[in-house]
Structures are given as structure tokens and as C-alpha cells.
Design a binder for this molecule. Structure first.
Ligand SMILES: [Zn+2]
Length: 327
């Protein structure tokens, strides 16, 4: 739910600031969750332009999110985890032992946004399909399959002290909080975006209504450049917002007035999910992207005294905690 949405003048730019759902805070599940049954889709890879078939299977307790490449000999499997990331330049790519799975961020955001802990994602090419450029089609698939609560307890990363990474006008800071919250600001020297800010308490409902349908976006001159060098072969107005000098080229326009910053939050949810477990903390991002988010995750793990992992037996206060897990 959007509680406030008002364009306001700010330093010669237009600031769009929205706060989504403070009332219900985040949904904090005590038990792990998976899909009730397998579900499939077919689409094309944003960068490869190739058709890919994807099936999401339910998975047992403590399995986590894993990808399996059925097009390769012996069908190699890889965990969607921070230490498996091999590239973040155009998309988040995980890899191991000579094989990769690319552009995982929107699907990963969907698992995290809908609080899915365990799933096996089967695909027959190296790139997750881009669908309509958002996580909406994945969210619809998961809802179609149904979500099943499992007996195993859910472990959370609980932030106890702030962790910060700042560089060249970009920053990611995470503060202790009793919910998973993201506040994001983007800033572009472009008349159609300028500065946008949005703050959400991440819950299934907020993710579905306010975040998962926000599409990826690109500037016309960048897309021309990428295509010239063999990237974004599958990119089109069907799966990305394309911004020209002073207009949006998609006939249908925007899905939200601040769709750009909402998509950045979607990407952030996907990137943060590579921690491997859900998070209780307030993530504040300014002009960040996949590469910087990934650098932040490195810092997060280095600053081991600033967080702990716990199961929860009650939402508030966090002192009501059952046991700790040393990692
Ligand atoms: Zn994205």
C-alpha cells in the first residue's frame, strides 16, 4: 500500500518520495517455506536472446535456493549464494567449475520477496528468462503453484551494529531494525528521472503490490552500445522500459510514477538475498547497483561482529530468541 506519494520540488529537480506499508511492517515467518508443487515457464534471455525453459521445484528444509543446468553434461548444480557470484557488470551471474547461471536477480528477489527459502530452479540455458523485465511473472507462477510452510525453523541475519560502504557518491548502509526494510534513492541527470526515493517494509503483500511488477530500464544510447557489442540481444520494449532523450518509448508508459526506484529496490532485494538467509535490518541505498551491492555483501561478511544469525520465536522484542547458529 502506498501511504504517501507526492511530487515535491527539490534542488531544481523533482523528488518523488513514497513510503510503502508502514502499518504491517515486514512479514516475519518462523518456519521455512517452499512451493507446493513444481511450476514452469518459457522465455528469452535478456543478453543471450535465446529461448530458455525454466521450472521451479519445491525443495526440502535447509536446501536453500539452487540452480541446475539441464543442458550440460551431468546437470551441474549451484547455490545462489554471495560467494558464487562471478560477475555483476550487467546482471548478477553465479558460476562454479566452468559453468554459469546469469541474470538471477529478479527471480531471486521473488523468492526473497515472497519468503521462499527452499527451491530448485531447473533451466536449459545459461540465462534466466527476462520475462517482462520485472519479477511479476515469477510471482504469479509461485502463487499459482502455492506456498507450503515447512517444519524447519527459519534462520535470520540480525544486524546489531550499522555496516556501511560508501564510495564516489554511492552508498549502502544497513542499520539494526526489527523488520526487513529498504530505503533507496536514485539520481540521474535525465529530465524524466532526476531524483526518486522510496522506502518499503518488505512483506509478501508489499512485494506483490508495489515492487515485483516494476520493470528494468535502460537508456536508448546505452542499449545501442550494448547491442553493438553482443549484449542485450533479447532486450525489447516488451521486457524493459526504454528511455530516450526526453520520452519513454514504451507505448503503455510506466506502471508506477516512480517505477525506476521501485525496480532498484527489486534488484536490491535480489542482491541481498544472496546472503543465503533472510535479513532483519534497514538497508539504505543511495545510487547503488548490482556491483556496489555485491561489494557491500563482502563488507557485511567481513564485519562479523555487527550481526548474528538466529531463529526467532517472537517478532518483538528480538530478545525472544530461541537459539543461535554459528557460521
Ligand atoms: Zn533488475
Amino acid at each position: 500500500m502506498i501511504l504517501a506519494f507526492s511530487p515535491q520540488p527539490c534542488e531544481k529537480t523533482i523528488t518523488v518520495y513514497s513510503i510503502i506499508s508502514r502499518r504491517n511492517m515486514s512479514t516475519i515467518y518462523l518456519h521455512q517455506r517452499t512451493l507446493a508443487k513444481p511450476v514452469s515457464c518459457t522465455g528469452i534471455g535478456m543478453h543471450s536472446g535465446k529461448t530458455v525453459h525454466l521450472t521451479i521445484h519445491p525443495a526440502p528444509i535447509n536446501h536453500g535456493i539452487k540452480f541446475v543446468r539441464t543442458d550440460l553434461p551431468e546437470c551441474p548444480t549451484i547455490s545462489a549464494h554471495f560467494n558464487m557470484v562471478v560477475d555483476t557488470s550487467l546482471a548478477t551471474v553465479i558460476g562454479y567449475d566452468g559453468f554459469i547461471v546469469s541474470t538471477i536477480e529478479h527471480l531471486m528477489a521473488c523468492f526473497a520477496g515472497l519468503s521462499i527459502d527452499n527451491a530448485l530452479v531447473e533451466l536449459d540455458a545459461y540465462e534466466v528468462p527476462i520475462m517482462d523485465g520485472s519479477a511479476g511473472p515469477f510471482a504469479d507462477m509461485i502463487q499459482r503453484a502455492g506456498i507450503k510452510e515447512q517444519l524447519g525453523p527459519r534462520y535470520y541475519f540480525v544486524v546489531n551494529k550499522p555496516i556501511e560502504l560508501s564510495e564516489n557518491g554511492k552508498s549502502v548502509i544497513i542499520y539494526p531494525a526489527e523488520a526487513f526494510r529498504i530505503s533507496c534513492t536514485i539520481q540521474y541527470d535525465h529530465p524524466l528521472i532526476r531524483k526518486q526515493a522510496c522506502s518499503i517494509f518488505v512483506s509478501d503483500r508489499v512485494f506483490e503490490s508495489g515492487i515485483c511488477r516494476a520493470r528494468t530500464y535502460g537508456f536508448m544510447h546505452e542499449i545501442d552500445y550494448l547491442k553493438r557489442y553482443g549484449f542485450a540481444r533479447g532486450g525489447s520494449l516488451d521486457n524493459a522500459i526504454v528511455i530516450d532523450k526526453n520520452k519513454i518509448l514504451n507505448n503503455e508508459g510506466l506502471r508506477f510514477p516512480d517505477e525506476f526506484v521501485r525496480h532498484k529496490i527489486l534488484d536490491c532485494i535480489g542482491d541481498i538475498s544472496l546472503l543465503g538467509m533472510p535479513l532483519l535490518g534497514h538497508v539504505v541505498l543511495h545510487r547503488s547497483g548490482h556491483a556496489f551491492n555485491h561489494a557491500f555483501l563482502k563488507k557485511f561478511f567481513e564485519q562479523r561482529d555487527s550481526w548474528e544469525t538466529r531463529t526467532l520465536t517472537a517478532i518483538e522484542p528480538l530478545d525472544y530468541v530461541s537459539k543461535s547458529l554459528a557460521i
